[in-house]
Write a protein that binds this ligand. Structure first.
Ligand SMILES: [Zn+2]
Ligand SMILES: [Zn+2]
Length: 199
């Protein structure tokens, strides 16, 4: 992809922004070393009982380790509309979890949706300038909590509303990129959410 990428929404040039995803661990020897090394400072072992100072050291090492092992991705974002573009590599990194049935990953499923979508997006691909395709990805997100104060039937309806939602996005199959109008949508899709079967 060329270095100068225009925001599909017409805001102008997009910037590469680096994000650290603290929920996704990647292999980083020093980071893991720090996390494992930090443990003896905060748990009882042999005759040693952790002191306030060792807690500080231990937690410090754990946090530094967690930081170092967090997944780092660089994505194109728009400062004006908060839109975000995921390119091939980011699609695979961000959307790897929770495939279902024959899908190894969310990324595979989304690519499949994209290639079978007949719905033209209102946006042109920033790379090849052809019309992107619009897709709706049904997801189930983990935010639902049972509420014992409401009757079961109401809860069932609320449950349906909160658990199932769709994330709308556009993408170009040929260039293997996805365009999210809001970065928030991308976060929703790449977080702990699970894809749900299309009905
Ligand atoms: Zn924009
Ligand atoms: Zn394209």
């Amino acid at each position: 992809m060329s270095t100068d990428v225009q925001c599909p929404a017409g805001c102008g040039l997009m910037d590469y922004k680096t994000n650290r995803n603290m929920k996704t661990r990647v292999f980083e020897p020093i980071g893991y070393g720090l996390m494992i090394g930090g443990l003896p400072f905060i748990v009882d072992h042999f005759d040693a009982v952790p002191t306030p100072i060792s807690y500080v050291i231990g937690f410090g090492m754990l946090m530094l380790g967690a930081y170092r092992t967090a997944l780092v991705t660089t994505d194109l974002s728009c400062n004006t509309c908060t839109g975000i573009i995921l390119e091939s590599k980011s699609i695979d990194q961000r959307l790897k979890g929770s495939g279902f049935n024959n899908w190894n990953s969310k990324a595979d499923f989304i690519r499949e949706l994209l290639s079978s979508s007949m719905e033209n997006s209102q946006y042109d691909c920033p790379d090849c300038s052809e019309k992107m395709r619009h897709i709706k990805v049904p997801i189930e997100d983990g935010s639902y909590r049972p509420n014992h104060l409401v009757p079961d039937i109401v809860e069932t309806i609320q449950n349906l509303e909160t658990v199932s939602r769709t994330v709308d996005l556009d993408g170009c199959k040929k260039c293997d990129l996805l365009w999210f109008k809001k970065a928030k949508k991308e976060a929703l899709l790449s977080s702990e959410s699970t894809l749900i079967r299309k009905t």
